[in-house]
Design a protein around this ligand. Structure first.
Ligand SMILES: Cc1cc2nc3c(=O)[nH]c(=O)nc-3n(C[C@H](O)[C@H](O)[C@H](O)COP(=O)(O)OP(=O)(O)OC[C@H]3O[C@@H](n4cnc5c(N)ncnc54)[C@H](O)[C@@H]3O)c2cc1C
Length: 288
């Protein structure tokens, strides 16, 4: 289907982007990789009169790694994350999760900021942001503000971003070398959106018990968020087969997916339990 008519704008700084959004309230949309927005427009689910392209805005595709963690500019593509060998140690959970995003062609264009703003609960990046306590930097007419991912995702395809704001970058806190982690998901075909997935990490205390457990899901909650009940079922325990089963059961009960054309809610809940049990085994076997 052909796209509806729109006027194309290509500003060169974040301030200009925000000024254009503010000049056309409710009528302008940012375009980054176009991999979610253009299909939405083709189906007439969105008909913005103006598209504000980020391609000429410099410095928005930087990956910065320092003592505080990893900062991803909003225009960082999946491909940039895949190609950055530093992330294998700086944030292995992110790097692994991104390998599950779509196909090569989509990964070559799709961006971190676009995925966070689109806020699909079946997408990997919102899951990683929510699970890892990411912080987003937003820019609007009043200046910058920072927001935790936990406050950013409000519902499926719904965020706390205003019409005249943009995402500048997302920060993932520092990743300790000894952390245990796993990311697993299941899709019918490689590259398809997952029917369900889990992101897991925890640290070990002096007595080899799990602490600081973080669990998030892909495609199995109303929006991207953590599963605090399942997390507390693991904290303070040694990770053995019995604990893994109990935590997986808790996660399965806590997940609140919806049924759709692809799978029922019951199936997705069961999938979360199965994947999390496997993820716990994988994470426990990791030595770094
Ligand atoms: C065939 C196919 C398969 C896919 N499979 C997957 C998958 O398995 N997993 C997955 O996670 N995704 C998948 N995607 C989605 C893909 O990853 C998208 O690229 C991504 O969700 C959106 O990024 P984008 O840069 O293309 O954003 P765009 O499509 O350009 O924009 C999406 C939305 O974000 C807004 N936006 C973009 N950048 C900003 C910004 N900096 N600040 C504020 N708002 C902004 C836009 O206005 C728009 O509302 C798939 C897409 C396709 C076409």
């Amino acid at each position: 289907m052909k796209l509806p008519n729109f006027e194309y704008l290509a500003p060169s700084s974040p301030a200009e982007v925000v000024a254009l959004l503010a000049a056309h309230p409710g009528e302008a949309k940012i375009i980054a990789g176009g991999q979610s927005l253009l299909p939405t427009m083709a189906f007439r689910l969105a008909q913005p009169a103006y598209l504000v392209d980020l391609r000429n805005v410099e410095g928005m595709n930087r990956i910065v790694i320092d003592d505080s963690g990893v900062r991803l500019g909003a225009r960082t593509r999946w491909r940039d994350i895949e190609d950055d060998a530093r992330l294998a140690t700086a944030h292995p959970l992110l790097k692994e999760a991104i390998t599950h995003v779509a196909h090569y062609q989509v990964r070559n264009r799709g961006t971190v900021g676009g995925s966070l703003a689109h806020a699909d609960p079946a997408a990997e990046m919102p899951c990683i942001a929510a699970t890892c306590e990411a912080e987003l930097t937003l820019l609007g007419p009043e200046g910058e503000r920072r927001m935790k991912a936990a406050d950013f995702f409000l519902g499926p395809l719904t965020t706390a971003l205003s019409d005249d704001e943009m995402i500048l970058e997302v920060r993932l806190p520092r990743w300790p070398a000894q952390r245990r982690w796993a990311f697993l998901e299941f899709a019918r075909r490689p590259g398809d959106f997952a029917l369900g997935g889990v992101a897991l990490y925890y640290d070990l205390d002096a007595e080899n018990r799990a602490c600081n457990t973080h669990i998030g899901v892909v495609g199995a909650c109303y929006y991207s968020k953590r599963l605090p009940i399942a997390e507390s079922a693991l904290d303070g325990k040694r990770v053995d087969a019995e604990t893994a089963r109990a935590v997986a059961r808790a996660a399965s009960e806590e997940a609140d997916p919806t049924s759709d054309f692809h799978a029922s809610a019951e199936y997705r809940k069961s999938l979360v339990g199965t994947l999390l049990e496997r993820a716990l085994v994988t994470a426990a076997q990791r030595t770094s």
